[in-house]
Design a protein around this ligand. Structure first.
Ligand code: ANZ
Length: 836
């Protein structure tokens, strides 16, 4: 056998595909705009961030899977849209710019070129005419346009958000980047600081985002993760009067356990609750102020962690809505200001956190839920948080927890002291970044000068020109003036102004219109923005008059298959669904959800079973694998490693297995080509062939690629045993089947078999169900009651056929030969008994 010369063959087919635009997206309408009757598939990869490191072997895993599906659907007569692009804004390019002075645009372009070279080297069937980068100015224009639609719909607002500001690093940090008040990077002090930010009101879509999940074909874990992030919580709001302020202020709490209302022994407010200052008595003021100040620097994450509970008494009292008892009001930072109402009714008997808090401060504990099961007793050493039966709860005694919740909620509603309430964990989305390399937010503000200053000669670009920017009067950029480009800069350091480095680009920031000065927003959008709608732009990447046309939305949406990493299970998918639903509400798309089916490829680990990382030195570079074995071998190996969704270690030694498979397949085709007299298919080969065609077809449909490859290996091994007698039909069908997996090999074999055109649109193989069923049996043959051998015959073979088969077996023949056969007993499918 000869090795398959991939090094010359693969680039040849890659050029062929590019030159012939083999994978151009078909038009789904004729010249009259009539829709085609063909089925469609929109197959989408999560587009990569073009990092300086280039592709790692994890990228081709998902991309090969989606490529197999795209190629398979083209061969099964679907119109296929399979695009790719670049998620090219983001921090690394900016940090590289800060370190080296290289403009992020330059770095981004170089990285994209490298990624593109690598993807083309792997033979993916993308339509390169659809390529987009989120940093393209023609794309930025429409990202900004969508922001304006959000703004006009009241879904983009400014808000003072408490952020983690690190003066030393000159940047805002995510909660995860702050450890015990210090920056994770460099151990610099971090302060909590209110910063004016743009916020997208995703919470207004909480309900829709949850309901929309229904009917999507997504991994169960991802659905759950989205649901948990949205965090729908059904409960009750309960209104408590405040002693001495009966007609003025009330404290409203949110609870999921209204049944425990008779067990409330104190109320806790979040330290930032607006009523704290009014409720606090003069005696308690000093302690309360000190506590409020001390907790101001703690993040929500930190506050809800399992650290020791802290708090102080306000001196005020709430009135129990039923018993009219006076209940002390405390503040404690385990109550978050941003969830529910920022206030809780504390029931230490039945809530762990309240129990801990009450134990620490010597507060009362009242037991109001008893276990349902007979014999089970309250330990009273810890909170009893299970459901049970109400006790010490007046008229509600004896009700199960579920019933008591309903009855108490109903009664509160009748009294005007509360009612049912649905709360969500989801928070509004802080949408601005104080960075350079992002889309400028298309908003500006009026500039005002102190009284007495002549506005016509003032120039706010000058350092000494005193002025005020009226952030309370935002003005959206005219849609006709989009895109709003970034200014040229050569220093991308954030600096000591939390407003970010764009604040220093004064020539860009300040402008005059009709004699009035204005200042642009200096915040940019987060990297999430570009990935929120790229799947729409792929429909219509060159459209300068709209983000995408309504016809193309109708023709191609929704995405039929979305393939990407599970690390995007929550945020990207939620943000993209949110923008999608807004665009749906505005009438720009006819489809309520963007991604119908979602698959996460499992992570590929290093050969040591650890996550691949530079520091571990266990990273496998696809360039090296392609150099050594070729692109098809890399594709086949990654698909053969195990189930697509499984996490699996890279084992270089096992690449050899798929290389052998490729070589054998190539040799089979060559041998079939050399057979000028057409070899007839024997029954066994026919059968294996049809079984393989069935298995590969079904396995591709269910994206079970490793088992499809295994089946093709079995067929290949069988055909190899036929040596010079490989039937041409078998070689052709095998070539068609392998082509989605190993497209270069497929095309090369197809052309060796005498075809002039690419096989990309050749009809997929069809199997005969009848030839796939196992319809032969092996039965024992007795001569005069003694077993003398076995025969393999059709399940429904006749007695004559069975006898004929038996007479071919020497051990049987020896017993019968020369004698008269007196009688034959044949039971179909079971036994043949010859009496002689
Ligand atoms: C009284 C009670 C009694 C509660 C009991 C629980 C058990 P989920 O399911 O997460 O929505 N809670 C409400 N708002 C809060 C806030 N801002 N910060 C911290 N905790 C808050 O949980 C709702 C429960 O979490 C509420 O029900 C409240 O405590 C607490 F036996 O109220 B519960």
């Amino acid at each position: 056998t000869t090795g398959y010369p991939f090094a010359s063959i693969e680039p040849k087919w890659q050029s062929y595909w590019l030159e012939n635009k083999t994978f151009a997206t078909p038009n789904r309408r004729d010249e009259k705009g009539e829709k085609s009757g063909r089925k469609k598939k929109y197959i989408l990869d999560m587009f990569p961030y073009p990092s300086g490191a280039g592709l790692h072997v994890g990228h081709p895993e998902g991309y090969t899977a989606s490529d197999i599906m795209s190629r398979y659907y083209r061969m099964t007569q679907h119109d296929v849209l399979h695009p790719i692009g670049w998620d090219s804004f983001g921090l690394p390019a900016e940090q590289f710019a800060i370190q080296t002075g290289t403009h992020p645009e330059f770095t981004t372009k170089a990285n994209i070129d490298n990624f593109k070279r690598q993807l083309q080297m792997l033979g993916f069937s993308y339509d390169w005419e659809k390529e987009i980068a989120t940093t393209d100015i023609g794309y930025v224009k429409w990202t900004q346009w969508i922001f304006l639609q959000l703004y006009k719909k009241g879904l983009a607002k400014q808000s003072e958000v408490s952020v983690n500001w690190c003066p030393k690093l000159g940047t805002v940090l995510a909660n995860e980047e702050v450890i015990d008040g210090l920056s994770e990077r460099g151990d610099h002090p971090v302060i909590r600081l209110p910063l004016r930010q743009w916020v997208l009101k995703i919470t207004e879509y909480a309900d829709r985002l949850e309901k929309g999940l229904e009917g999507l074909d997504w991994p169960a874990g991802t659905m759950v993760a989205q649901e948990q992030w949205i965090g729908k919580s059904e409960g009750t709001e309960i209104v408590f009067d405040v002693k001495g302020m009966e007609n003025e202020e009330k404290v409203t709490v949110f609870t999921t356990r209204a049944d425990t209302l008779f067990g409330v022994t104190y109320v806790t407010l979040a330290p930032e609750h607006p009523l704290v200052s009014q409720i606090t008595t003069a005696e308690q003021k000093e302690d309360v102020d000190a506590y409020v100040a001390a907790t101001a620097s703690r993040s929500d994450l930190d506050r809800s962690s399992n650290k020791e509970k802290t708090g102080v008494f306000t001196g005020g009292y709430a009135i129990h809505p039923f018993t009219k008892e006076e209940i002390p009001i405390w503040i404690g930072d385990y109550v978050l200001g941003s969830y529910g109402t920022g206030a809780v009714m504390a029931v230490p008997a039945h809530d762990e956190r309240d129990f801990e808090f009450a134990s620490k401060f010597g507060l009362d504990v009242k037991w109001v839920v008893e276990p349902k099961k007979k014999g089970e007793e309250l330990s009273k050493e810890e909170a009893y948080t299970e459901y049970g039966v109400s006790a010490n709860s007046g008229e509600f005694d004896g009700l199960t927890t579920e019933k008591a919740k309903k009855a108490i909620t109903t009664k509160l509603a009748e009294m005007g002291a509360g009612g049912s309430k649905i709360t969500y964990k989801l928070r509004d989305w802080v949408f601005s970044r104080q960075r350079y390399w992002g889309e400028p937010i298309p908003i500006y503000f009026p500039v005002e000068f102190p009284k007495g200053v002549d506005a016509s000669t003032a120039d706010p670009k000058q350092d000494d020109c005193e002025h005020t920017i009226r952030f309370d009067k935002p003005i959206p950029v005219d849609e006709a003036d989009l895109p709003l480009k970034l200014p040229e800069m050569d220093n991308f350091l954030p600096g000591d102004d939390p407003a970010g480095c764009l604040a220093r680009a004064k020539e860009w920031r300040y402008f005059q219109k009709d004699g009035q000065w204005f200042a642009r927003e200096t915040n940019t959008m987060p990297q999430w923005a570009g990935s929120c709608w790229y799947y729409f732009r792929f429909l219509d990447p060159k459209n300068d008059n709209a983000a995408f046309s309504p016809e193309l939305d109708e023709d191609w949406m929704p995405v039929d298959l979305y393939v990407g990493g599970a690390e995007h299970a929550v945020l990207h998918l939620l943000y993209a669904r949110f923008w999608h639903q807004v665009l749906y509400d505005l009438g720009y798309t006819k489809h309520p959800e963007p991604f119908q089916k979602l698959i996460h490829q499992g992570m590929i680990l290093g050969s040591d079973g650890e996550k691949m990382s530079k520091s571990r030195g266990n990273v496998v570079n696809p360039d090296d694998v392609v150099d050594m074995h070729g692109a098809d071998a890399l594709r086949l190996y990654e698909m053969f490693m195990g189930p697509l969704e499984a996490v699996k270690p890279w084992q270089t030694s096992q690449v050899a297995g798929v290389v052998r498979f490729q070589n054998k397949l190539y040799n089979i085709v060559q041998s079939a080509v050399q057979n000028d007299s057409d070899v007839v298919m024997d029954d066994e080969t026919t059968k294996i062939l049809h079984k393989t065609m069935k298995k590969v077809t079904q396995d591709i449909e269910s994206m079970s690629f490793n088992t499809a490859i295994a089946a093709m290996m079995v067929l290949t091994n069988h055909l190899t045993t036929l040596k010079d007698n490989v039937p041409r039909e078998a070689a052709e069908k095998l070539t068609l089947m392998v082509s989605p997996f190993a497209p270069h090999l497929g095309e090369e074999c197809w052309s060796l078999l005498g075809n002039k055109d690419s096989l990309a649109y050749h009809p997929w193989v069809e199997y005969d169900e009848a030839l796939c069923v196992d319809n032969s049996v092996t039965i024992g043959v007795q001569v005069n009651g003694k077993k003398r051998g076995e025969i393999e015959i059709a399940t429904d073979a006749s007695q004559d056929d069975a006898m004929a088969e038996a007479m071919k077996v020497q051990t049987i023949l020896n017993q019968v030969d020369g004698k008269d056969v007196k009688k034959v007993i044949y039971v179909q499918g079971r036994i043949l008994n010859i009496i002689c």
